[in-house]
Design a protein around this ligand. Sequence first.
Ligand code: ATP
Ligand code: MG
Length: 400
Amino acid sequence: MRKELPVSANARSVVSRLQKAGFETYIVGGAIRDMLMGRTPKDFDISTAATPEEVRQVFGRRSSRIIGKRFRLAHVYCGKELFEVATFRRAPEKNGQAQDGESPGNLIVSDNVFGSSSEDAARRDFTVNALFYDPEKREIKDFTGQGLGDIEKGVVRAIGDPALRFEEDPVRLLRALKLVGQYDFSLDSATENALFAKLPLFELASPSRRTLELEKILQSGYGDRQLEAFHDYGLLALFLPRLDRVWDSPTGGRVRELLFERNCRMEEGCFRNSLSLAAAVICLPFVEEALGRAPGSLWEPGNGAEETVEEVVDTVFLPQNLMVRVREAARRILGLVPLMAMRGERMERRIYSSRSYGHARELMCILQAVAEGDASECERFWPELPPARPPRGRKMRGRF
Ligand code: ATP
Ligand code: MG
């Protein structure tokens, strides 16, 4: 199908240079899906017939490098943008002869055999994720024959046998439901049946890839809806069991409310997509609960509050392992919240000198918006950047 999609000039230039060097090349994956849905893609992934070494020859050593040990791909820098350029792959063989990349059973442990563009589409997870776009010809290639229709209908459909695809890689269980939450898509019935049947396999999914998906969910502006979809389908109990247990309680309700508010503000462009802020937002209601505070009433500093914050931040996301620096930042943000809520003059030096001040300010605004329907007073009171020298003798206006 021919269609003009709003591809960035840099992405277009990377594709065009590879094509001019004689390599079939496309923009692939989530970016095409997002543009067809009228959303702005967060990045453009590129797939090409060129091997990583050939990509490096085209762009030179200064603008590209090869990364990954088993799944080798090239990073290409163009302007201020970084592009992942992957060579077309085909699915590993499963006939018991060429066992490259296969462990016993159907689980794929490596995915590294080069192939053609149509083979590359076939090894992808869902039809809506398997669209290839040639920005020079303005042409969308729908190798599965169902991707464009499924985007139109709002359907998540596994490519091939859904049960087998979930067995090969149980992270796909989560990826299917991410699409349901993100776009309000529904699962095609065969994919849905297979998902229910294969849900227990999620425990086998690679811990590092599960954590990577968690980070993407927290950073995105629709994590609240994705977590809701996980809960509806029974995946949240396996992914974030502690959050799942409270989901329908006042604590869970407050998590959802705060995350929703943060996401709205992010979509309006008020906030950056901070992982540590999202982690702090999710943890805050757990801290309130652990300290015996009613939702929305925060807590006072001291009396073991710091230890409670630490315990909550370290355990809420288990069995996923959020990076230590993200957990540390979330702890700092949550440590500042009660100080900021008190609005005591003596606190200002500590508040403004913290490197998490910006995020703590955003969390305070989220809290005020949820409590009062409007955060403008908080936004005025706390400057976006800390003053060079904390003001002295400023009158604090009560406790929010
Ligand atoms: P997002 O907007 O979250 O980045 P995405 O679809 O681009 O969504 P990525 O993780 O960036 O997700 O993956 C890029 C593409 O790689 C996907 O669109 C899909 O075609 C393919 N892909 C990713 N993970 C898998 C998987 N587990 N199995 C098969 N194909 C996958
Ligand atoms: Mg992507």
